[in-house]
Ligand binder design. Structure first.
Ligand SMILES: *[C@@H]1O[C@H](CO)[C@@H](O)[C@H](O)[C@H]1NC(C)=O
Ligand SMILES: *[C@@H]1O[C@H](CO)[C@@H](O)[C@H](O)[C@H]1NC(C)=O
Ligand SMILES: *[C@@H]1O[C@H](CO)[C@@H](O)[C@H](O)[C@H]1NC(C)=O
Length: 190
């Protein structure tokens, strides 16, 4: 009695997939040439923002959500996962114009070096990119002078985005562990 159910589910799933595929292809045909024209104009945008990782004080911009049994004794904080909502500013100081937030998380994923897996969206809240986002996913070896991470997508003005970000430490306070990182982002989009 248990066997027929998965088969039925599979069939229903298949049905849904075929229906959505056919409906999307038929509805887009009228405006497709217009869309194609727009897509041919590929743009390359470069912007610089400063990323504030505030871990100290009464209003930190990050929260640790996971630690492994090894994390506290690990010199690389291996196993730590931190959710961030970091301010992004135009200039290197917090008093500079706020342009958006870096929302996502980073995880310490190296036993030997301090290296993080970064997964975050730069969500713009002012300026010409207001309302648009870019998504960065990559490896960040904190001690390296330049850390390069892929830009894997975007929304709004950055729809279809592809590119890379280069991160350079601008300020690191060894007392508070607060860090400011300059992000140079190069994106190709339509
Ligand atoms: C690691 O350190 C944190 C903060 O000091 C503490 O809250 C936590 O209990 C420790 N975890 C382990 C597994 O020892
Ligand atoms: C950014 O866009 C939002 C939503 O459209 C709008 O409410 C807000 O005023 C804009 N902010 C700035 C600084 O332009
Ligand atoms: C680091 O933070 C402490 C405490 O807020 C502050 O007194 C000190 O000046 C800071 N150091 C640097 C280099 O910014």
């Amino acid at each position: 009695m248990a066997k027929p159910l998965p088969l039925l589910l599979l069939f229903l799933l298949f049905l849904t997939i075929t229906t959505t595929t056919s409906s999307s292809s038929s509805s887009s045909s009228s405006s497709s040439s217009e869309k194609l024209k727009k897509m041919k104009k590929k743009k390359i945008t470069h912007f610089t923002v400063y990323w504030h990782d505030i871990v100290s004080g009464p209003n930190p911009s990050g929260a640790d959500v996971a630690r492994a049994p090894i994390t506290n004794t690990s010199t690389t904080l291996f196993g730590l996962v931190r959710i961030i909502d970091n301010p992004l500013t135009k200039g290197p100081t917090m008093s500079s114009d706020l342009v958006g937030r870096a929302q996502g998380f980073y995880a310490s994923t190296s036993l030997e070096y301090v290296a993080f897996m970064m997964a975050m969206n730069f969500a713009f809240t002012s300026g010409k990119y207001n309302g648009s986002t870019v998504t960065i996913l990559g490896r960040n070896e904190a001690s390296a002078d330049v850390r390069e991470m892929p830009v894997i997508g975007g929304s709004g003005l950055f729809r279809w985005a592809q590119g890379y970000a280069q991160a350079r430490t601008s300020m690191a306070n060894l007392t508070t562990n607060d860090v400011v990182v300059k992000y140079d982002v190069h994106v190709m989009h339509y």
